[in-house]
Design a protein around this ligand. Sequence first.
Ligand code: MLC
Ligand code: AMP
Length: 517
Amino acid sequence: MSNHNLFVALRDAFPADLDATAVETVGGAQSGLRYSWRDLDRATAMVANLIDSLNLPPRSRIAVQVEKSVEALILYLATLRAGHVFLPLNTAYQAGEIEYFVGNAEPAMVVCSPANFGWVSKIAFQAGTRHVFTLGDDRTGSLLERAAHHSDVHTPATCAADELGVIIYTSGTTGRSKGAMLSHGNMLSNARVLRDYWGWKPDDVLIHALPIFHVHGLFVAIHGALINGSPMLWLNKFEPKAVLGLMSRATVFMGVPTLYTRLLAEPGLTREAVAGMRLFVSGSAPLLIETFQAWQERTGQTILERYGMSETIMLTSNPYGADPRHPGQTERRGGTVGFPLPGVQLRVVDDAGRPVETGEIGGIQVRGPNVFSGYWRMPEKTAEEFTSDGFFKTGDVGKVDGRGYVTIVGRSKDLIISGGYNVYPAEVESELNQMPGVAESAVVGVPHPDFGEVGVAVVIARPGTEPDPQALINALKARLANYKIPKRCFVVPELPRNTMGKVQKNLLRDQHKGLFA
Ligand code: MLC
Ligand code: AMP
């Protein structure tokens, strides 16, 4: 049997010269470090050997909440190498959120920032986790100390294509987050398709400035560079000036729309500054046509927008060059997310699940080798989200035009996408509703010039109380990740309702849409 371990495919793509630079760090306290391909191989072997030495049950979950660093990347690759399941967690998550993820996933091993060891280890040990390590973004922590005692040679675990490699938690429309289970085969097939579709070349250089606990930064960017043996210029945090300064040494950049609007605010963004760049990719949230056009005008380059999600990795992309399935259609069209990627079947259906006519709007459903197998320990939720013929219901609403381009026009799921992060109003409302003085709440998304969309909370007070909006926001901050916190909160006498008594969120959105204009 051949080994379908994703790590093996990535390792096989390393260039012949293992002493060449694979990752160079830029900015922050650890700026200017160079990691060769050999370093990546040896370091992942050491961490994988450490993991092996713990004798974890097969396919154990390894939950990781650490600041972005090259060592965090090494831990990800080492987890794959050792044949276990990587579970990345946003550093913004607060204790209550971590408690849920750890309780739900029951990881055998947890890795956290040294500063958080006290509270994270308490949660982990209570959930039955046996091993808790620390990893700082400055190469400190018990993980590396322990790994240093292990061999730098390691035989990668053998994995089948459908074997679980990563669990990514996505927030739930109702109730708690769900862990999307992605196999080695899901990730590898998508990485290979994107390598070919976007015309990656060995001499490409990627600017990596996204967080690595979600699909965009972890899969699209990292797998893209590694499966192609291309080096990365690595920023632990997005900083527009630093990114701009790197454009003369790089060829590929990936960002959520907020990164593009922040770069556009830099006077240094000119045609000359980006002349050597080959590809700008945007995704995770809708790219405004104004941003798309402003970028074209300022740089002479056209952003390539693509569409995906945690459950499916990448689904559609505007063309990079010629696409034999769409002869003559090489245009990257702003406002669209392009064509379904090779191997991805995409259909638009009406409420009854029947395919609609070309150009008609409906729910987007997808099927393909990249689509996940289901939600971790939630068979009912999984069954609800798949059709009987195996299509996944994305919850996105869109259309496909006569030329084959897909446009996302909205979402059937009640979701706010803020700076590329997903915020489920139901989760924020549920926290608000538990606060003293709050009878009921509604959270809606409104346009925001920097984050694209942000949450606004509208609260009804319990009789006889007068909750302070700012105090409610402050209390939320202790319970939820920072990007989920509504940017404004209003206490009102009543919420607009339809005849069924349901809150009319569209009216609230309309009422508050000018708040940040
Ligand atoms: C930070 N803040 C946000 C926010 N990020 N508020 C709303 N939405 C966000 N995304 C708030 C903080 O709470 C803080 O508020 C203030 O902004 C400044 O915080 P910061 O940490 O300094 O912000 P910054 O570092 O500038 O972060 C902004 C950002 C970041 C845009 C760089 O959010 C980011 O990296 N986004 C990318 C997300 C991403 O990778 N998504 C991919 C998901 S995968 P206060 O009040 O405390 O001052 C996916 C699938 C697919 O969706 O298709 O790719
Ligand atoms: P996540 O669950 O974090 O992976 O977010 C996935 C969601 O992000 C999708 O279901 C879409 O709603 C949204 N999304 C991703 N890319 C795009 C895009 N290019 N345009 C519009 N929405 C997008």
